[in-house]
Design a protein. Structure first.
Length: 137
């Protein structure tokens, strides 16, 4: 069993609950747009994710400066790719449905979050918190 991935999922569950809660609060209570709500929710979830994944999931010894810059790049990449794909899929699949735009947006947020989780894990493992050679420490 890949315990690192299990730890990633545990951290991911926590930051997803935090991020999705913020997204849906901003969408429904604050009345903000899809992009503003998902960006702010993801940003807050990303802060939780960075610190927990750095220490708990990947047990990284890379410098905060180096890993933080990579982390931000990965988060931005994963956000744009995942939330664009999720929204486009929902718009395409449900284009002829009678669902309200609000429900379609909620579905798009949920689906995009799934894409984001998988892509984010792969990019963090390979690019942000990769196992460093002794001389890089």
């Amino acid at each position: 069993m890949n315990y690192q991935f299990v730890r990633f999922l545990m951290v991911g569950f926590l930051n997803t609950v935090v991020g999705l809660s913020v997204m849906y609060i901003l969408l429904h209570l604050a009345g903000l747009s899809y992009w503003i709500s998902t960006c702010l929710g993801n940003s807050i979830g990303a802060v939780v994710s960075y610190f927990l994944n750095r220490r708990f999931t990947f047990r990284s010894h890379s410098t905060i400066t180096k890993s933080m810059l990579r982390f931000i790049a990965v988060i931005l990449f994963c956000y744009v790719v995942s939330y664009t794909i999720g929204r486009n899929i929902v718009e395409w699949v449900l284009r002829n449905s009678n669902l309200t735009s609000g429900i379609k947006t909620d579905i798009a947020v949920f689906i995009s979050t799934g894409f984001y989780t998988v892509l984010n894990y792969l990019c963090q493992k390979v690019f942000v918190f990769k196992v460093m050679k002794h001389e890089e420490l």
